[in-house]
Design a protein around this ligand. Sequence first.
Ligand code: CP
Length: 320
Amino acid sequence: MRVFTNVKDIGDLKQALAEAQEIKKDRYKYESLGKHKTCLLIFFNNSLRTRLSTQKAARNLGMDVIVLDVNQGAWKLETERGVIMDGDKSEHLLEAIPVMANYCDVIGVRSFARFENREDDYTEKILTQFIKYSGKPVFSMEAATGHPLQAFADLITIEEYKKTQRPKVVLTWAPHPKALPQAVPNSFADWMNEADVDFVITHPEGYELDPQFVRGAKVEYDQKKAFEGADFIYAKNWACPGVTRPEDYGKVLCKDMSWTVDTEHMSWTNNAFFLHCLPVRRNMIVSDDVIEAPTSLVIPEAANREISATVVLKRILESL
Ligand code: CP
């Protein structure tokens, strides 16, 4: 595997889940695979879980790790071609990418949606330049439209806690004060659509996710109906994806607090487990009671980020 940006890149999910369990039993089983190999993790945006879990994963495999926070200490990067660079940006991404690639064997990139232009975000303008110009395997650590390491960890968690062969999994929009990208819900939908689950998405009107991610999933605008019989509730905010009204792309259209997942919401479910990728704003997305309940899986879900990253890096190392 030389590129990891979506569910198709991982191939058969049963095989990937089996590898995840193998790694979980002995996370150092492949520690010689990454000897004398360097993993460069490039962050254009903040991170806690991805930063730590991916470093840990690389070290599980015996790799050296370099972490670069582009906005802290590196030259400010221009990303557009054709720009007269007479402003505050000293280096162009088109030189920076091959330079950085000299120093590593594998590259992880975090680069969020900028909400300036839907097409730039949805064509993954930054990530695709790394794939095109680095000459090295590249994996997403959350890009403009996807967060596949998170979705893989989510799937591992659902597999570990499910009580029926085909659980009902509900992705619900929830309110947030700021505009957030669609990367997490997009990838969650991408992976759930390939998994052995009954998948439902619920959100207010205007928040329709891009059809390439929704695919055949059921969309239910009534949150209560969507929650009925659910075995897993996955809460997340996202800003308007601009599917029905492109001019609304990246806007906060709704702050309706009746969508906050609280104990009443959870009472509509089949005693569902609660999932969220974190970080989460309590009492906006989810109430204190729900996130602190024994049915909340947010901590084991975050722990599984190490496992998903180890499987992905192992696959990449095997392809070198
Ligand atoms: N869930 C997740 O990706 O967390 P971070 O943004 O802290 O890495």
